[in-house]
Design a protein around this ligand. Structure first.
Ligand code: FEO
Length: 171
């Protein structure tokens, strides 16, 4: 099977998006750790690893088709953040952008009648539902528990528990 030039570019662009998300979440993890939010740091270190795994999935898919991938340059993410809530808002926005991007590639696969890429992308479609739900659920906690110091301590603990809960395995 041969990928179209358009699809090859779309998947390479998606690799760059996942790589940048991995770096961004790593920066958030580092800020959280330095600020004393251990649970949040654990969650974002794990999230950063997840994004790298997403990137690798696409790299391997392309390699299996004989395509040499474009490994993107490292773009520096911001390093200063305001709060756990602020970080989670950025993360939700980022996940929404990733969902939109994946949906566009799915539409391209449909248009090109590229069934194998279409099937490959279904894992990402499902994953994005989980990713958005994860950050929506976290953001609800600020409404439910509050934003004072005790509440933030409680939310940080919850995020640590979420980090310790294994994600479904990816193939
Ligand atoms: Fe790979 Fe969280 O999107």
């Amino acid at each position: 099977m041969k990928l179209s030039a358009k699809m090859t570019k779309a998947l390479n662009d998606q690799i760059a998006m996942e790589a940048f998300a991995s770096n961004y979440y790593l920066s958030m993890a580092s800020w959280s750790q330095i600020t004393g939010y251990e649970g949040t740091a654990s969650l974002f270190y794990a999230q950063s690893d997840e994004e790298r795994m997403h990137m690798l999935k696409i790299v391997k898919f392309l390699n299996d088709l004989g395509v040499t991938v474009v490994i993107p340059a490292v773009k520096q993410p911001p390093k200063d953040f305001k709060s756990i809530e602020g970080i989670c808002k950025i993360a939700l926005k980022n996940e929404q952008a990733v969902t939109a991007s994946i949906n566009k590639i799915v539409e391209l696969a449909q248009k090109e009648k590229d069934h194998s890429t279409f099937t490959f992308l279904q894992w990402f479609v499902d994953e994005q539902v989980q990713e958005e739900t994860k950050f929506e659920t976290i953001l609800q906690k600020f409404e439910l528990i509050g934003r004072d110091k005790l509440a933030l301590n409680e939310i940080d603990k919850i995020l640590g528990t979420m980090a310790a809960t294994p994600e479904p395995a990816a193939n």
